[in-house]
Design a protein around this ligand. Structure first.
Ligand code: HAM
Length: 403
């Protein structure tokens, strides 16, 4: 027997229903906010992620499914969705159009991480990317939309927000941080030491307890923002306050992808174990330029579908559709015409084997059919069917032509 690869899963029955319900719910809400569907390839040039997610990020440096294809191209399976959408946006020259563009997508992402509960190597995201809107109202709108999606799915969450500043305030802050980190260098872990040189901001979210305790006194970006970033962040918090959306400002929230500036956020749940981030996102105003497009502000997010699968409250399913069965071999073929006609309007399960009454009732139960429609010898002779509405318990015999 061949098993799925480590960290990869098949989705069937109850799980696939949950998956679809999440995607459908999020899609309905995203459409209400003006998002249209975009599909981009799973396989992309490796350079795309190096330039966007960042060479020194864990995702790019350690976790990519990267290989040379048969044409000697350096390619990889997308570890996230934003870079591909931005590439597609630039490729279609949408950066040259004055209209604001909003896209939603869902699909598999690949990261070669150590699998554990809530952490897979192939996982699925539902994401949205909004292009062309620099106003912090858009950041607020996106956070509102995610809250609405989780509410519709019956999922509670905590929201953490931070500002990562911009090209004006980030560089001087980085310098301050590097000086601070260099002084405590000896006591920091190996990873942090490497990051001081490559990506000092990432030191702030090191999980190592000793590092965390040393970082309590680190300079905070939130108190070093330039005026524009500070005004926007204050506006965002007041909008969230007024909307009654609770949040916590986490000055160490830096996100694992390098393209963010200004607003960064994460939605977390305490009910799913250590991998508690259920959605993440933020603003990435420089990424379109970085991928050779015209300067275009942008903001987006992605929800981890597998992470919320167990938390979703599924709506009660009511019985629906028709179960068709024959109690005599001769009647089986007469069921096909009925099935084809009824499939124009509802779900039909057709049992090919003639069986006794009880067996058919059990079969109808298994597929959750609302109506059981059977043909026995009498019905066959009279051109009728016996119909039972399992919910109202009503039974009757009707002419096939009238059914
Ligand atoms: P991210 O935070 O890397 O952001 O991923 C978003 C979500 O995907 C996470 O919050 C988590 O729920 C889920 N996730 C990540 N890794 C795994 C994994 N190994 N197994 C299961 N679930 C996982 C991004 O990917 C950005 N592209 C989000 C974004 C869109 N920012 C702006 N636009």
């Amino acid at each position: 027997m061949i098993n799925p690869l480590r960290g990869m899963k098949d989705l069937t029955f109850e799980e696939s229903q949950r998956f679809n319900f999440i995607v459908e719910t999020a899609t309905i809400i995203a459409k209400r906010y003006g998002y249209g569907y975009i599909e981009t390839p799973i396989l992309e040039e490796t350079a795309l992620f190096k330039r966007s997610v960042g060479d020194s990020s864990d995702i790019v440096s350690k976790e990519m499914y990267q290989f040379m294809d048969k044409g000697d191209n350096d390619v990889c399976m997308r570890p996230e969705g934003t870079a591909g959408v931005v590439r597609a946006f630039v490729h279609a020259k949408l950066d040259r159009q004055p209209v604001k563009q909003k896209f939603y997508y869902y699909g598999p992402m690949f990261r070669y991480e150590r699998p554990q509960k809530g952490r897979l190597r192939e996982f699925h995201q539902f994401g949205c990317e909004s292009f062309g809107e620099a106003s912090v109202y858009e950041d607020f709108t996106i956070i509102t939309m995610i809250s609405q999606i989780f509410e519709a799915l019956g999922i509670g969450f905590d929201l953490q927000i931070n500002s990562l500043g911009c090209t004006t305030c980030m560089p001087p802050y980085k310098q301050k941080l590097v000086s601070f980190l260099t002084e405590i260098k000896e006591e920091l872990c190996e990873d942090c030491n490497r990051r001081i040189g490559t990506n000092p901001i990432r030191v702030l979210d090191c999980k190592n307890k000793t590092c965390q305790s040393l970082l309590v006194d680190a300079p905070k970006l939130i108190t070093n923002l330039c005026e524009a970033c500070d005004t926007d962040f204050t506006k965002l918090t007041s909008l969230l306050d007024n909307a009654g959306i609770q949040y916590e400002v986490d000055t160490n929230l830096v996100r694992g992808l390098d393209y963010y500036n200004k607003t960064a956020f994460e939605f977390v749940s305490n009910n799913i174990g250590s991998q508690s981030a259920i959605a993440g996102g933020g603003r990435y105003d420089k990424l379109v330029e970085f991928l050779d497009g015209k300067p275009t502000p942008a903001v987006g997010f992605a929800i981890g579908i597998e992470r919320i699968m167990e938390l979703v409250q599924m709506p009660k399913t009511s019985r629906d559709g028709i179960y068709l069965g024959a109690m005599t071999e001769d009647a089986v073929e007469s069921l096909f015409a009925i099935a084809t006609a009824k499939r124009q309007e509802t779900k039909v399960t057709l049992e090919y084997n003639s069986k006794g009454f009880k067996s058919h009732m059990k079969g109808a139960d298994k597929v959750g059919a609302r109506y059981v429609v059977l043909i026995g010898e009498d019905e066959l002779a009279n051109g009728t069917v016996w119909v039972k509405d399992v919910e109202s318990k009503e039974e009757k015999t009707v002419l096939i032509s009238e059914f």
